[in-house]
Design a protein around this ligand. Structure first.
Ligand code: KG4
Ligand code: ZN
Length: 344
């Protein structure tokens, strides 16, 4: 079975074909970063319009790259995400499903991130702990199989990527902030500022980044008053990154220990952070798995793969699914009706 995957939940138009026999056949994406950079963040209306413009040509290219005329099933991101943007992918999937008479699978975006390491040769076995860190989510999940997700911890305020993006903005760095901040941090001293490692001493596995963000904001203000921001920017970036990574890794290790899990999967956009990757690999005694860098951030390959693993949920499209919110815990094992369990 060849599954066409379509991702349009935010600011990347991603398309891929995944074969259940041969693995990933083709993938590519069109990033809208340049369109949104001038606004310092994603503008939903612009995102939807650009998906509309890019999606069909990209689907044509990917089918041609994969050497197929039409797929056997279509998977699209149905949420969570920007509703207008999701509707472009969902509408396209439903339309093509009708035209080609093939079934459509509505994929949960975070399940796509979670399963992305399965695209690699060194794929993890179940069970594992997933540290899902993106622009909209920060979660620790005990994963015992597809659709068997137990959320152990989540963020009480900002997502990890959001914290990186906001601190980057405070430091006057470009958009998107996470990678820019990580680049700037390479030239700084991570011990220059002693920022808090929020929540590490509290029970449970939740995260909170607002205290850390406030501490950085106060430090930036002080440095600015002294006219030193240019010379201290890299130190501020490095010290923030160290505090954020210590918090993420510390919490993940506590959760793995408590659940007795020997494998950790790191996924989502912040999973592209080099310090996070090296730190968790150094400190965890079990095995650590990541998708390759380009599959950490949003992409069509993870959606095609998740669709292939959920073919039992494929149905003829009689409805276009697009929902801003959708809890990962509402998913169930393939073939046990995720369609009914979604919230709108
Ligand atoms: O998963 P993703 O592409 O989109 C969402 O589903 O949110 O994640 C995007 C987030 C952004 O906040 C971005 O700044 C962050 O991931 N990010 C990074 C790095 N690369 C991307 N954060 C820290 N270090 C990075 N190298
Ligand atoms: Zn994402």
């Amino acid at each position: 079975m060849n599954v066409l995957g379509i991702e349009t939940s935010c600011d990347e138009t991603g398309v891929a074909v995944y074969s259940t026999e041969k693995g990933l056949l083709a993938h590519d994406l069109h990033s809208q970063i340049d369109l949104h950079a001038v606004y310092g963040g994603v503008v939903p209306e612009i995102a939807s319009r650009d998906h509309l413009r890019r999606l069909l040509p990209l689907i044509r290219k990917i089918l041609s790259d994969a050497g197929i005329e039409r797929p056997d099933a279509i998977a699209h991101t149905a949420g969570p995400g920007l509703v207008g943007a999701l509707m472009v992918g969902g509408g396209m999937a439903a339309g093509l499903g009708l035209a080609w008479n093939c079934p459509v699978v509505a994929v949960h975006h975070m399940e796509g991130h979670l399963l992305a390491p399965m695209l690699e040769e060194n794929a993890p076995d179940y069970p594992f702990l997933a540290l899902l860190v993106s622009g909209g989510h920060t979660m620790l999940i005990a994963v015992r199989g597809i659709g068997e997700y137990n959320i152990l911890g989540t963020t009480l305020d900002d997502a990890a990527g959001e914290a990186f993006d906001k601190v980057a903005k405070l430091l006057g760095l470009g958009y998107p902030g996470g990678p820019e901040l990580a680049r700037m941090a390479e030239q700084g001293d991570e011990r220059a500022f002693d920022f808090p490692r929020p929540m590490l001493k509290r029970p449970g596995f939740d995260f909170s980044f607002s205290g850390l963000k406030t501490a950085v904001m106060l430090a930036v203000r002080k440095v600015e008053e002294q006219g030193d921001l240019d010379s201290r920017r890299a130190d501020l970036a490095a010290s923030f990154q160290r505090a954020a990574v210590d918090t993420l890794v510390g919490r993940a290790l506590q959760a793995a220990d408590s659940e007795n899990l020997q494998r950790i999967v790191v996924a989502g956009g912040v999973g592209a952070n080099r310090l996070l990757r090296s730190e968790i690999a150094d400190r965890f005694s079990g095995d650590v798995y990541y998708p390759r860098l380009e599959f950490c951030t949003d992409n069509g390959a993870m959606i095609a793969l998740a669709g292939a693993l959920r073919l039992a949920d494929a149905a003829n499209a009689d409805e276009i699914r697009a929902q801003a919110r959708w809890s990962l815990e509402l998913l169930s094992s393939p073939g046990t009706s995720i369609q009914e369990t979604a919230t709108r």
